[in-house]
Design a protein around this ligand. Sequence first.
Ligand SMILES: NC(=O)c1ccc[n+]([C@@H]2O[C@H](COP(=O)([O-])OP(=O)(O)OC[C@H]3O[C@@H](n4cnc5c(N)ncnc54)[C@H](OP(=O)(O)O)[C@@H]3O)[C@@H](O)[C@H]2O)c1
Length: 251
Amino acid sequence: MNTTALSNRIALVTGASKGIGAHIATELAAAGAAVIVNYRTDEAGADRVVKEIAENGGRAVAVRADVGRSDEVKALFATARETFGTVDVLVNNAAISEFGPLGSYTDEQYRRHADTNFWGPMLTMQELIGQTDLGPASIINISTAGTTTLPPYASLYVATKAALDAATVIAARELGPRGIRVNTLAPSVSDTDGTRSSGFIGSPLADQAVAQIPLGRLGTPDDYGQVVVFLASDAARWITGAHLHVSGGQR
Ligand SMILES: NC(=O)c1ccc[n+]([C@@H]2O[C@H](COP(=O)([O-])OP(=O)(O)OC[C@H]3O[C@@H](n4cnc5c(N)ncnc54)[C@H](OP(=O)(O)O)[C@@H]3O)[C@@H](O)[C@H]2O)c1
């Protein structure tokens, strides 16, 4: 691993207290970035991630914020700036996913999905680009292979991620002249804290998902961190507006 690919970079990872976000945070730190480990409820999880990073010689801080609230996102960036400086790598990973047939969704579920999965990344992107001393930067928005596989019973979750996919390409076009790259990373169904606590892992649905993945297994959180490091680094300097399936071929 290149431990200097991201030295002098300051990375903010939303939803990094567990799962894919936690692995992304540790990989970014291992590549030399100072990392803001955002969480919403799981302070102990975020503290574990920060501790692991520190034990490996990296720099990190845990900061609580609900990404769907503009006041909390502003405070998150203010703390990040006070602690490390101008954020120049943003990974929008925080998301929720609830599944059900059309007709079953409530107003509250709609607002929670839209706020967390779509409005949250919009708010963080707006805060990032509002930093007056921001130079070249990289934004990586974590989507899902579901926005191309379009599975039944996932309309609410997948539609909020599809909105983010569209905003990502538009942001890449708007921000390219400022040297700010914006890309989508689309994971496959993966074995994470979220899919375990929802009961998905271990259910017949997980076997059906594996059957759709050419490489023949579920993703794991450590399948993604190195790809994020690459997208954040100068090695990816000519990549923006890309939609990268990191999904064992599921698409
Ligand atoms: N796992 C999969 O099968 C899969 C497949 C495709 C795409 N993805 C995408 O990959 C990403 C990570 O998924 P995962 O399975 O690793 O998730 P996870 O294990 O459920 O963890 C979700 C993380 O997001 C945080 N979070 C949720 N709502 C938040 C909010 N409003 N503000 C700030 N943080 C919030 C949680 O924080 P707290 O726990 O601290 O509250 C937690 O750290 C998501 O974008 C997901 O859509 C996952």
